[in-house]
Design a protein around this ligand. Structure first.
Ligand code: SF4
Length: 361
């Protein structure tokens, strides 16, 4: 296995025998090594992989970020709908199902509640069909009433003008997930969308020098070669600040309801390999995809951001995009600290939130 070589290279970096820029540019593994790591199948290799990936994460990330969620609207104009989607109106009775569009007041109240809980970052996402106007509306409100860092996700539904507008209002990160770079598979699971449209949005985000988040949806029928090609496409063709790794988790009532869930181990392995290719970036695991109670697998794999984390004071009933169940803030904080890691929080606010909600620390 390649672990000896990876450990040696990381040691060289730690001992200043490797230049920082060169290390970041090359990462710790190439395509062949990534593919070999995807094929590991015994606990000894898993433990070695998680050990080195966690060490790399700990070197670059002193705290684990926590990102909460505001869903702006689930009214999606993509037709036909993505086969796995339980988020858009009318797709799954386990999801929101009924159409909604938050009022400005609801966005404001949600953002203030999230900040009061001690969380420092929020993701605002909207379904497709508004040329980015819905996420611009959300960004303006969140930035006006809070100091939260903001990621917006409207998929491919952003124009160049809307990206410029987001930059003008202080956006921190724009997310546009390619999901899979296998074109045939993309077309199969997302028949109403074009992969190229998503790639173009990613390129525009880079063009305006805004942090780009772009993730992989795994366990939908792609091969390990597809995952390696995808990760190295991101490495070589785009400038990426965040990669969400999202394991498929079936939503009842959708065309993919019988497709098997992607295991937590498979997600953790993909996170760890991503960490070795991209040592310094934010690697995100959303709680609904891995399963809120299995989040520690992602952290063992080297994730540095837990997303879709909902505090008890959130005024709205949030359902996950990958599955309905989301992670609760105090449980996620405990899972992070139980591993000896440090959650990134406004601790003063978080303590006040715990007192108000009478939660145990
Ligand atoms: S995944 Fe996004 S684009 Fe696809 S149907 Fe659902 S909301 Fe619409």
């Amino acid at each position: 296995m390649v672990f000896g070589k990876i450990e040696e290279e990381f040691k060289e970096f730690l001992e200043n025998r490797r230049k920082y820029n060169e290390f970041i540019k090359n990462g710790l593994i190439d395509e062949d090594e990534a593919l070999r790591l995807f094929k590991i199948d015994n606990w000894r290799d898993y433990l070695k992989l998680f050990d080195i990936a966690s060490k790399v994460r700990d070197y670059f990330k002193k705290e684990i970020e926590i990102t909460s969620t505001i869903h702006i609207t689930n009214i999606c104009h993509v037709n036909p709908k993505c086969l796995y989607c339980g988020f858009a109106a009318g797709t799954s009775k386990e999801g929101y199902y009924e159409p909604f569009r938050l009022t400005d007041e609801e966005i404001k109240k949600s953002a203030i509640a999230i900040e009061e809980s001690g969380i420092k970052r929020v993701s605002c996402s909207s379904a497709h069909g508004y040329q980015g106007k819905e996420v611009i509306r959300a960004l303006k409100i969140v930035k006006k009433y809070t100091n939260l860092e903001v990621l917006v996700n409207a998929g491919a539904d952003l124009t160049e003008d809307s990206i410029k507008e987001l930059k003008k209002y202080g956006i921190d990160t724009i997310c546009c997930n390619l999901e899979t770079i296998n074109e045939n598979l993309f077309k199969k699971v997302k028949p109403g969308e074009e992969l190229e449209d998503r790639i173009n949005v990613c390129k525009l985000v880079n063009k305006y020098d805004i942090e780009l988040s772009t993730g992989l949806l795994i366990g939908i029928g792609e091969s390990y070669e597809d995952r390696v090609n995808h990760l190295f496409y991101l490495k070589n063709e785009l400038n990426v600040g965040e990669i969400p790794i999202m394991g498929f988790n079936p939503y009842k009532g959708t065309p993919m309801e019988d497709h098997p869930k992607c295991s937590a181990l498979e997600q953790a392995k993909t996170i760890a390999i991503t960490r070795l290719i991209f040592p310094e970036i934010r690697i995100t695991s959303p709680t609904p995809t891995i399963g809120a109670e299995l989040m520690q697998f992602a952290l063992l794999g080297g994730a540095s951001n837990v997303a879709t984390v909902i505090p008890k004071n959130h005024p709205l009933n949030i359902k996950g995009v990958g599955s309905p169940k989301t992670g609760n803030l105090d449980e996620v904080v405990k899972m992070i600290t139980d591993l000896g890691l440090k959650p990134k929080l406004d601790w003063k606010r978080y303590k006040r939130y715990l007192e108000v909600y009478k939660l145990k620390k």
